[in-house]
Design a protein around this ligand. Sequence first.
Ligand SMILES: Cc1cc2nc3c(=O)[nH]c(=O)nc-3n(C[C@H](O)[C@H](O)[C@H](O)COP(=O)(O)O)c2cc1C
Length: 370
Amino acid sequence: MSQEPIKFAYWVPNVSGGLVVSKIKQRTDWSLEYNEKLAQTAETAGFEYALTQIRFTAGYGAEYQHESVSFSQALLQATTKLKVLAAILPGPWHPAVIAKQLATVDHISKGRVAINVVSGWFKGEFTAIGEPWLEHDERYRRSEEFIQVLKGIWTQDNFTFRGDFYRFNNYTLSPKPLQKPHPEIFQGGSSRAARDMASRVSDWYFTNGNTVEGIKAQVDDIRTKAAANNHQVKIGVNAFIIARDTQEEAQAVLNEIIAQADPEAVHAFGDAVKQAGNASPEGEGNWAKSTFEDLVQYNDGFKTNLIGTPRQIAERIVALKAIGVDLVLSGFLHFQEEVEYFGQKVLPLVRELEAAQASQPAKETEAALV
Ligand SMILES: Cc1cc2nc3c(=O)[nH]c(=O)nc-3n(C[C@H](O)[C@H](O)[C@H](O)COP(=O)(O)O)c2cc1C
């Protein structure tokens, strides 16, 4: 278990409709003004990272979605401490283009940009923009080369590379990014190919929400493989957080989100992602086993069960840390108000429990999750 305090990231709502495929009334907004204020609130509350989302079409029945790299730059300009993750898709982005863009953003933001390499699951999006669609494991083979190349460009002069997807000839990027050895590289996915890639090249592995057993199985698998590859990778888990003064209130909010789910949009999303999740040879990708209720939060965030009182949530977060999780990636219904509440009520409890945990046997903390 890491001795470092567990870290917190939040999903940037750069898409309209918030983080749930539900018609429930919400106050979250996709505009720049809303997001600037949210980013400032989040860094004050103790969040270290903000994750933008990339979709060329607007996602999950949503009407609007801002582009991720330019939106990240805007959020970095509005903040002073927060690290912002620009999400990109290999294919539409050539690694030379994003390496150059982010080197500049890193200088402008004084070393606060990071990248989320999204391998892609939505064939319709690629077809819509005329981008060739690779099969599941080929997408990860390309992403792995993409990450190798990014690291090469960001750390070496006269970079030369001969891959199946990318070629470089004596290329020198100047200036290199400010952060050394390079900005942090995150990736998402649950399939075998995603985990294998994480255990070889990524700094961070992000997974969808899951049960404790599901998360632990992934953590153990990746850490074992990474150790064999002499590579270190940190792990972030998605969770849709509903923190309220009482458990009943929190549960009622969850029930309401699900009761007002938009069945057509959930089914359309479910069909697309299940096809993507099952597309990996072993059929274990993200969403392969998700139910209708799970899919109402589009990265399975209810499954992590950070729904309840501040104390219940803090205990479950510390228990996640005990099984090897380094970061909680959080979504909220009313982002602005709930990020603030989380910073005031939940985070201080997490820090208290972490301090106490050092002297506790691991078994007790794991039991808090069940
Ligand atoms: C935390 C997280 C963030 C993601 N962000 C995006 C995104 O912005 N856009 C996108 O198209 N896919 C996104 N994905 C999808 C993944 O990159 C990947 O394509 C998907 O999880 C399927 O992978 P799998 O089949 O390996 O499980 C994200 C996944 C996770 C876990």
